[in-house]
Design a protein around this ligand. Structure first.
Ligand SMILES: [Fe+2]
Length: 232
């Protein structure tokens, strides 16, 4: 059914006359270097400005997409996986093959996703950054934002299950090698045919902070405040 026939697209929605676009997300961190390295490796984000106290990174035409602030007074989170706040940011590949190739590239460097989900409208791999924030790398299952939005709004499937089954990315690599096309792989993944041997029980990421604090107990003192200017 063409999307213009749907109620969602026909009905006006209240909104400002002109809308701002989502531009960037900013994290407080205690280790700018580790975060820059990770986001550069995983998403190809490169610093536009980079210093010990802050960095601004982009991987497209915007001046930045992710910013990192090492603000004085910042201290480690307590039970990061179960704390309210940001769960993940997300980046999207235009094609299934680029998306799966990125998985292989990262796997070969020892970086593997925490959890992989076929949400129905996207196939998504979730990585954890050094601070325990998630990063979703996805590909749109419809190859068309209008269609995937319509599917979320209108489909019975999404109303019954907003998460979808997990998949083992190695099984996707194998399926592609066997000549299956992306639509077929998505169909099978969403039907639960590529489940991992040991599915993950939670949608949370591992907590890196206890081990980091053990390695460097001074972290608990927080990022130091700059010294007060001395009076002359
Ligand atoms: Fe997401």
């Amino acid at each position: 059914m063409p999307i213009e026939h749907s109620n969602y697209f026909r009905n006006p929605k209240p909104r400002p006359l002109t809308v701002p676009k989502l531009h960037h997300a900013t994290f407080m961190t205690m280790d700018v270097d580790a975060m820059v390295n990770f986001y550069e490796l995983v998403c190809g984000l490169q610093p536009v400005y980079y210093a010990e106290h802050a960095a601004w990174l982009t991987n497209d035409e915007a001046n930045h997409r992710i910013a990192l602030l090492r603000l004085p007074g910042t201290h480690p989170p307590v039970d990061k996986p179960h704390s309210a706040g940001l769960h993940h940011t997300a980046f999207e590949y235009a094609t299934f093959n680029e998306w799966l190739d990125n998985y292989i590239r990262l796997r070969d460097q020892g970086i593997v996703p925490t959890i992989c989900l076929d949400h129905g409208m996207t196939m998504s791999m979730y990585y954890a950054d050094p601070d325990g924030n998630g990063v979703e790398i996805q590909v749109d299952a419809f190859g068309d934002w209008g269609m995937s939005k319509e599917w979320m709004w209108a489909s019975q499937e999404f109303s019954e299950d907003q998460i979808g089954p997990q998949f083992d990315p190695e099984l996707l690599v194998q399926a592609r090698r066997n000549g299956l096309d992306p639509d077929e792989i998505h169909r099978r993944a969403h039907a639960g045919e590529y489940l991992p041997e040991v599915p993950r029980a939670e949608l949370t990421f591992a907590d890196p902070w206890p081990a980091r604090i053990e390695a460097d107990p001074t972290l608990t003192e927080g990022v130091p405040f700059p010294p007060m200017p001395t009076e002359s």
